[in-house]
Design a protein around this ligand. Structure first.
Ligand SMILES: [Fe+2]
Length: 151
C-alpha cells in the first residue's frame, strides 16, 4: 500500500485537476520513499524542491480558475494557500539548515494537507464548475471549462 493512496473520492474532473493532484500524490510518495530509505541528500533535495514548487504552481492554477468562476470566499482560500506555502517554506529552511528529519516531516504535512485540500476545497470548486456550465454531455462540462482558461 502506498504511503499516500489515491482514492476514488479524490476525483474532481477526470482531467487537468486530477492530473495535477495525482502528480502531487506521486511526489509525496517519492519523497516518503527517498527519506525512509535514507537515500542521498542530493536526491532528497531534488524531490523536495520539485514537490514544493509543484504545490505552489498547483495552488496558483487553482486560484486562477477560482477567479474565473467568481469563487465565493476566494480571498480566504488564498490566505489559506499562502499560509500553507509559508509553513512548508519554513520547514524547507529548517531542512536546508541541516535538519534531515524535516524532509520526512514534510511528506506527512503535505500528505495530510493535500488530502483535505482535495476532498474539501476542491470539491467546492467542482460544484461551481458544474454550475457554471450546464452539462450537455455528462463528465465533459468541467473539463471544457478548465481548458477554456488554459489549465
Ligand atoms: Fe487542488
Amino acid at each position: 500500500m502506498a504511503y499516500f493512496e489515491w482514492a476514488s473520492d479524490m476525483e474532481i474532473d477526470q482531467g487537468p485537476i486530477d492530473q495535477d493532484h495525482r502528480k502531487l500524490v506521486d511526489l509525496v510518495n517519492t519523497l516518503h520513499t527517498v527519506t525512509s530509505e535514507g537515500r542521498g541528500q542530493q536526491i532528497v533535495d531534488r524531490v523536495l524542491g520539485e514537490l514544493i514548487s509543484y504545490t505552489a504552481d498547483h495552488l496558483r492554477r487553482e486560484e486562477k480558475l477560482m477567479e474565473s468562476l467568481k469563487f465565493p470566499n476566494l480571498a480566504n482560500h488564498k490566505v489559506g494557500h499562502d499560509a500553507f506555502l509559508a509553513s512548508i517554506h519554513d520547514l524547507k529552511k529548517k531542512y536546508d539548515a541541516g535538519s534531515i528529519t524535516v524532509a520526512a516531516q514534510l511528506s506527512t504535512v503535505l500528505r495530510d494537507w493535500l488530502s483535505l485540500h482535495i476532498r474539501r476545497s476542491d470539491k467546492e470548486l467542482l460544484a461551481l464548475l458544474k454550475k457554471s456550465q450546464p452539462r450537455k454531455a455528462p463528465s465533459q462540462a468541467g473539463q471544457k471549462n478548465i481548458k477554456k482558461i488554459g489549465l
